[in-house]
Ligand binder design. Structure first.
Ligand code: ADP
Ligand code: MG
Length: 394
């Protein structure tokens, strides 16, 4: 689950990680009032969307307007807010369609002496979290990795012990910090690593992490993603969820107990079991097709779940054919076919449908398919199924 910058900063503040003072606003008038309340000479008006690159991004409706702007007066804040709210911000991370800005975060403008990069992710190779830092703040880390990989520092840490103070100091020295900034870094880095583990984050990124003119460290940006599989133990974080930022079909699928991820291709996949779903996608690609989605209906899918799965797959206009790939283990094939035929009538399938079944009661199930009189292409095995579904598109 992703959250907004202002929500990430609220959590940082609670974890004693320094952030600028800021106010959430939803109208131009509120933006003006927020600048007055913050009181400084400079304020920053920041679009809140679940994507980065906002500073360089621009609005579809107002091409000269950027997603993060520095303002010097309440009036300037109000004018900018009016050009941002309700409009669609396109950044390198949103794709061409962009994202609508419904909320702004107005922050005090800080005096930036240095911009650094900080990221924390799980390193799957060493099976532990890794703190990534670079002197090139404000730049995309992928670009730094490409152009100046020597500028990226990595420090693995133990999830139970957290980042050790000596590790934090080593990084501070490697980044050329001096005086009180070293002590600030020690506290900052230990806290943010603890925050990452305590909240079951899958990613935390602060770009830029700044050193102020005073030598303090402040998180100027906050991009936090939580591991969905751990959300059950963070009920409090549920309130931060912004469904308007998520793929609607994925939200519906989740409510129906299905694992669904929308993809770019045109072959819809309905599969039971995540591993089988992955191999199905691989085979489609091997035979020259592109899957439109990942969909796992689960081991004990009900008629209702299969119907809902069909509805979600077919609601995607990109879908030009559907491949159903079921292995009847605990699930019996005839039950699946019953669900399939019910769904066929209920949803109304208007694209070629290829079905491959194997496992318990497969003979009964195939007979049911044959006798249904419906326009369904059957396949004998996985390769046959993948080839047949790709062929329907030619
Ligand atoms: P994004 O990464 O989506 O472009 P950021 O939050 O990183 O958004 O903001 C973009 C840039 O705006 C930052 O790199 C920084 O230079 C500037 N900026 C952001 N917040 C502040 C602030 N509170 N004070 C001063 N400058 C800021
Ligand atoms: Mg940023």
């Amino acid at each position: 689950m992703k959250i907004h910058e202002y929500q990430g900063k609220q959590l940082f503040r609670e974890a004693e990680i320094p952030v600028p003072r800021g106010i959430v606003v939803k109208s131009p008038g509120e933006a003006s009032a927020a600048v007055k309340e913050l009181g400084g000479k400079i304020a920053v008006v920041k679009s809140q969307i679940h994507a980065g690159g906002r500073g360089k991004g621009t609005f579809k409706e107002v091409p000269e307007q950027h997603g993060v702007v520095l303002v010097r007066s309440p009036e300037e804040a109000e004018e900018n807010a009016a050009r941002m709210l309700g409009n669609t911000l396109v950044t390198i991370q949103t794709g061409d369609e962009g994202k609508q800005v419904n909320t702004l975060f107005v922050e005090e403008g800080l005096d930036i002496a240095r911009e650094l990069y900080l990221g924390i992710v799980i390193d799957r190779e060493t099976l532990c979290p890794v703190l990534i830092m670079s002197s090139e703040g404000g730049m995309e880390i992928e670009v730094v990795a490409e152009e100046a990989p020597e500028k990226i520092l990595r420090e693995h840490f133990d999830a139970d012990l957290g980042l050790m103070p000596y590790q934090a100091r080593n990084i501070a020295f490697a980044l050329g910090m001096e005086g009180k900034t070293i002590r600030a870094a020690e506290k900052f880095l230990v806290s943010i690593c603890k925050f990452f583990v305590d909240n079951d984050c899958s990613m935390a990124e602060i770009n830029p992490l700044i050193v102020t003119g005073e030598g303090d460290l402040v998180a100027l940006d906050a991009k936090v993603t939580f591991d969905d599989n751990a959300m059950f133990r963070h009920k409090k974080l549920e309130e931060f969820r912004d469904l308007t930022e998520e793929e609607p079909a994925e939200v519906e699928a989740q409510a129906a107990g299905l694992s669904y991820v929308k993809l770019e291709g045109n072959i819809g996949c309905l599969v039971n079991g995540a591993g089988l779903a992955m191999s199905t996608m691989d085979l489609i690609k091997l035979h020259g097709g592109e899957p439109a989605n990942f969909l796992d209906v689960g081991g004990g899918a009900s008629v209702e779940a299969v119907t809902e799965a069909f509805r979600i797959i077919l609601a995607d206009d990109n879908v030009k054919a559907v491949l159903v790939n079921i292995f009847g283990g605990i699930m019996k094939c005839d039950v699946i076919v019953e669900a399939l035929l019910t769904a066929y009538d209920k949803v109304g399938i208007h694209v070629p449908l290829v079905v491959r079944l194997e496992g318990t009661n497969v003979k009964i199930a195939r007979k049911m398919l044959e006798e249904s009189g419906k326009d369904i292409i059957t396949a004998s095995d996985l390769t046959d199924a993948a080839q047949k579904v790709v062929a329907t598109l030619k």
